[in-house]
Design a protein around this ligand. Structure first.
Ligand SMILES: O=P(O)(O)O[C@@H]1C[C@H](O)[C@@H](CO)O1
Length: 291
């Protein structure tokens, strides 16, 4: 297969199938739900039972996480009795991976039988009403990296993965978002659960003040460096997607102030909210219809 990017980073349908088959051979679990854990959110793996844990280095073709807060392990097991595969940490384009490489774990999960993908991330709050520790259910995204041509679907399209021109107007599943809001309310988490628009730039630097102001102007409520490529690939291959971002910090949108965004704060906020996120995900999974 030829692409505009580095050919050897694009795995063919058969190559992805081989990875999926080799993972399934290591476990009796047949996952219908996939979960990707963002920066500092890997504690979600603690609620998975009867686990098989496979480090990404041991999965040929998988991109390996190189960033603190991303353990880099695939956890296959049961959550509330449902069979799941969870990525404890992810790889990002800013680590040097072409977006087509970020596609590999998502397509692998699809070929393992996953129908619904939960994507989580840490994000900088842009919306003035947001506070650190809020959980933002993602309603839509702005693929700013895509504006610069960074999109995992660029290249020859293999129709066995999905169609050439997938729609994205309904990328974030309305029913699952409603379930998240209902469960958050039932659990008393609603004071800090929001719903908003996530924007993605590649990073790894945090944004300038003027970039933050631009993001606010174009309608972003929070910004990050991930999630969008995974969502594009998941929708391309027909998965239902739910995504949420933990507002791990507020972006700096005033000139000449002393505060600075930093990864330590991002990880700390993840730790502080980890129980709430575990409880919310567990409650949602319990109610989710995974035929
Ligand atoms: O993987 P996510 O998007 O959760 O991680 C965010 C973006 C950067 O990797 C990092 C910055 O602190 O957190």
């Amino acid at each position: 297969m030829r692409t505009l990017f580095i050919d050897r980073e694009v795995l063919s349908y058969d190559e992805v199938k081989k990875i999926a088959d080799s993972l399934l051979a290591q476990t009796p679990i047949r996952p219908k739900l996939g979960i990707i854990c963002g920066s500092g959110l890997g504690a979600l793996a603690d609620i998975v039972e009867d686990r098989t844990v496979i480090p990404y280095e041991k999965i040929p073709g998988f991109p390996v996480s190189t960033v603190p807060g991303h353990e880099g392990k695939l956890v296959i097991g049961k959550l509330k009795g449902k069979e799941v595969v969870l990525m404890q940490g992810r790889a990002h384009c800013y680590e040097g991976y072409p977006p087509q490489k970020i596609a590999v774990p998502v397509r692998t999960m699809k070929m393992m039988g996953v129908q619904i993908l939960f994507v989580t991330c840490a994000a900088g709050g842009i919306n003035d009403s947001y506070q650190v520790g809020d959980i933002m259910i993602i309603r839509d995204h702005i693929n700013l990296a895509g504006f610069a041509g960074i999109n995992p679907l660029v290249g020859m399209n293999d129709n066995r993965f999905g169609e050439r021109f997938p729609p994205m107007s309904d990328a974030y599943d309305r029913q699952i978002r409603a379930l998240a809001k209902a469960e958050a309310k039932r659990m008393g988490l609603d004071p800090f659960v929001r719903e908003g628009v996530y924007s993605m730039m590649v990073g790894p630097n945090f944004e300038t003040v003027t970039e933050c102001r631009l993001l606010r102007l174009v309608g972003a409520d929070a910004t990050g460096m991930s999630t969008v490529p995974e969502v594009l690939v998941a929708r391309h291959c027909g998965m239902r997607v739910f995504a949420m971002g933990l507002i791990s910090n507020l972006v700096i949108s005033e000139y000449d102030v002393d505060e600075k965004a930093n990864h330590e704060e991002v990880l700390e906020t993840g730790q502080k909210r980890s129980k709430d996120l575990q409880n919310l995900v567990a409650a949602m999974v319990e109610k989710l219809d995974l035929a």
